[in-house]
Design a protein around this ligand. Structure first.
Ligand SMILES: *[C@@H]1O[C@H](CO)[C@@H](O)[C@H](O)[C@H]1NC(C)=O
Ligand SMILES: *[C@@H]1O[C@H](CO)[C@@H](O)[C@H](O)[C@H]1NC(C)=O
Ligand SMILES: *[C@@H]1O[C@H](CO)[C@@H](O)[C@H](O)[C@H]1NC(C)=O
Ligand SMILES: *[C@@H]1O[C@H](CO)[C@@H](O)[C@H](O)[C@H]1NC(C)=O
Ligand SMILES: *[C@@H]1O[C@H](CO)[C@@H](O)[C@H](O)[C@H]1NC(C)=O
Ligand SMILES: *[C@@H]1O[C@H](CO)[C@@H](O)[C@H](O)[C@H]1NC(C)=O
Ligand SMILES: *[C@@H]1O[C@H](CO)[C@@H](O)[C@H](O)[C@H]1NC(C)=O
Length: 631
């Protein structure tokens, strides 16, 4: 104890810097304290006589913000003596020895921590100071810094910057925005919705386009921020010089850190984090929705696709237990993402809701990791087919299910105009016959279709309580799907008018992960399959398999406009995008506005409408339109 006090006193030049205000020393979960870093042990280990030269430190991965509240927002950066990640294992010993990369060994005494100061201002020139502070970082948290900017005004834009204390070594300037207070009557809010970014498959141009257009308030991310595979297993990065490091399947804390760091070298991803708060969350919960690949493929509550549901198989997964691997993934994700510590009371739950004024309640589900029953693990597809309609199956676990129903009811009661349900996976039914005819490869059993009773209970809750204006969002499928939300075979539905529908579903394509029909599918083949799939599902109004991309949602009290964008070329870095289709949902209508998409789309298959391929492409980097089919 005495030692620590002496040590802290000796840091006179960085007086008032705080360890604990760097949130990354904490556990990602209040209820998993062993995932935190023991600050007293870190303090003891550091050598106060030896410090880093400020000029030798780098802000290696830009800045980021996220989890906006009405009065605060999370700010992130990383400042390190090298771009290499820390090889420390927090969970082994409560603190982390420093790895000396030059000599390939762990050292028990390390240089003194890095003091980082931050300021938050209301102006871009960084002069009108609103909040500031000083914190430490060290190898124990992979030199990441995460602080909560406080005393902010609701629904207001702020700018922020980090610097090595008492030096000119500064980070880039970031921009962020708080959310409105739950009772604020905001007139307009826009979200960009993303999922499924796979580094070796291509450039993350989609992330950068909203920066160049400056078209939204917040980014909502629906899962698969990283993939856990080695290069060549899913994604071939050699030709693009995009090798996902470390080049192996990832298991250890170091592996997850390194993989996240590699993804965060994509300049469009860096730019998106620098300009927009990534949503998400409302009350202390982790991570912005999290699909399966941040941990491992097709995770369910007792394991993952590459394991079988047996005790033995849990114990060893790349030499470490599934639990340890999950913890490593969570710890690294917590260090690298601008997210708050969560109140994960059990099973690393990440579901939560989020109010954006009176306009929107965003209900973020965890349909991946929390508590779902056995899923399609590829070898058991027939079995899952047989039990998909079993009443006892849950995608979410009963606690999360009940929480969702309660949250939706409370949202309707408080009079929020729109209920936006962020599920990772597609909710609407997709006919198996259509998938088979089009050579589809089991797209849907890992989605809500494999959990029919959970789906029925959700629809029952919405219909029987007259809960209106429901917008389901999904990612995961690497294709676009726009549907009226219906209870198939239970409530009469008229495809032409939309009568009988209780909302809509907007499911978006991937940032770069390939079409489920193959990376190199031709436009003509993709559109042929889309028309088979669209044609055999009454409620599915638009489907596209060809384009990688994202969508924007523009909310007002009267309506929601959804704009889908396709990225014509992810094999090089560019700012191109093609507006694919636009949809409107009017307040109280609970269905897509007719004629759906105005009767015409650029790609895919539109029910009651046509596809006119004009190839008009916007170059978001200069605002000019051109014909991308000629390039
Ligand atoms: C920091 O960045 C500069 C300029 O980008 C580079 O020359 C230097 O090698 C970097 N230092 C480290 C330790 O990575
Ligand atoms: C951390 O974990 C990795 C992989 O599990 C292991 O190779 C390494 O030796 C561990 N480091 C420490 C300091 O325990
Ligand atoms: C899991 O079980 C299936 C079916 O018995 C078998 O084909 C597969 O090899 C097993 N996988 C592992 C990792 O044990
Ligand atoms: C769900 O509802 C459908 C009607 O849409 C019905 O056919 C099916 O049996 C129900 N399944 C369960 C498990 O409730
Ligand atoms: C798709 O095409 C690219 C470029 O020609 C090639 O490198 C890649 O291997 C192809 N992918 C598949 C799955 O055939
Ligand atoms: C969709 O709206 C955008 C404007 O946001 C417009 O440029 C584009 O032409 C529209 N696309 C279609 C297919 O109607
Ligand atoms: C758009 O490009 C496609 C494929 O290259 C071509 O078939 C089509 O004719 C083009 N459309 C127009 C309006 O030029």
């Amino acid at each position: 104890m005495k030692l620590q006090i002496l040590f802290l006193l000796s840091l006179a030049s960085t007086a008032n810097a705080s360890w604990s205000k760097n949130l990354n020393y904490r556990s990602p979960s209040e209820h998993h304290p062993s995932l935190g870093v023991s600050i007293s042990r870190v303090v003891k280990r550091n050598d106060p006589s030896s410090s880093y030269d400020a000029a030798a430190l780098n802000f290696t991965h830009g800045v980021a913000s996220g989890d906006p509240y009405p009065t605060s927002v999370i700010l992130w950066t990383r400042v390190a003596p090298e771009s290499e990640n820390s090889n420390s294992n927090v969970t082994v010993s409560g603190y982390a020895p420093l790895f000396d990369h030059a000599n390939e060994r762990y050292v028990s005494v390390s240089k003194s921590p890095i003091c980082v100061e931050y300021k938050v201002t209301s102006d871009k020139a960084l002069s009108a100071m609103v909040d500031s502070g000083k914190v430490y970082t060290s190898s124990d948290v992979d030199f990441t810094v995460k602080v909560e900017a406080q005393n902010l005004k609701a629904f207001t834009t702020y700018y922020y910057q980090f610097a090595v204390c008492n030096s000119d070594n500064k980070s880039p300037t970031g921009r962020t925005k708080t959310t409105p207070k739950p009772d604020d009557d905001v007139t307009e809010v826009s979200l960009a919705v993303y999922s499924c970014a796979n580094y070796p498959f291509g450039f993350f141009n989609a992330y950068g386009n909203i920066v160049r257009k400056d078209s939204v308030d917040y980014v909502v991310f629906l899962g698969d921020y990283i993939y856990e595979y080695k290069n060549g297993y899913y994604g071939w990065g050699d030709a693009l010089a995009r090798i996902p490091l470390p080049n192996k399947e990832i298991f250890s804390l170091y592996d997850y850190r390194k993989r996240l760091a590699t993804y965060r070298t994509d300049l469009d991803l860096v730019a998106s984090h620098q300009q927009f708060p990534w949503i998400v969350s409302h009350i202390r919960k982790l991570p912005p929705v999290w699909d399966d690949h941040e941990v491992a493929d097709n995770v369910y509550r007792d394991g993952a696709a590459e394991l079988n549901n047996t005790e033995d198989s849990f114990l060893k997964d790349g030499g470490i237990s599934v639990d340890q691997r999950k913890m490593n993934a969570v710890r690294a994700y917590f260090e690298w993402m601008p997210i708050r510590q969560v109140d994960m009371d059990d099973n690393l739950r990440v579901w939560r809701s989020f109010s954006i004024g009176k306009l929107i309640d965003l209900v973020m589900l965890d349909t991946r990791n929390y508590d779902r029953s056995i899923t399609d693990l590829y070898w058991n597809t027939d079995y899952i087919n047989q039990i998909a309609n079993d009443g006892g199956r849950s995608l979410m676990g009963s606690r999360q299910e009940n929480w969702m129903y309660r949250t939706l009811s409370e949202s309707a009661k408080r009079g929020a105009t729109w209920r936006v349900i962020g599920s990772q996976i597609v909710f609407s039914h997709i006919s198996r016959e259509a998938l088979d005819q089009s050579g589809g490869n089991g797209l849907n059993l890992d989605a809500w279709d494999g959990y029919q009773s959970n789906k029925n209970r959700t629809l029952h809750h919405l219909y029987s309580n007259n809960i209106n204006n429901n917008i389901f969002l999904a990612g995961d499928s690497h294709a676009s799907w726009v549907s009226d939300l219906i209870w198939l075979d239970k409530i009469d539905y008229d495809s032409a008018t939309g009568a009988g529908s209780i909302g809509v579903e907007f499911a978006g394509s991937a940032v770069s992960s390939p079409s489920p029909y193959g990376e190199n599918i031709t436009l003509a083949t993709a559109n042929k399959y889309s028309s088979i799939i669209e044609g055999s599902n009454d409620e599915l109004h638009w489907q596209d398999l060809f384009y990688r991309g994202y969508f924007e949602l523009h909310f007002t009290k009267d309506k929601v406009n959804a704009n889908f964008f396709g990225i014509p070329d992810i094999r090089k870095k560019n700012g191109w995008e093609i507006p694919l289709a636009n949809f409107t949902v009017e307040n109280g209508a609970n269905r897509l506005k007719r004629p759906v998409a105005g009767g015409v789309v650029e790609s895919g298959s539109l029910k009651f409408g046509k596809m006119v391929q004009n190839n008009l492409t916007l170059d978001t980097s200069n605002g000019k339109w051109f014909d991308s089919s000629s390039v």
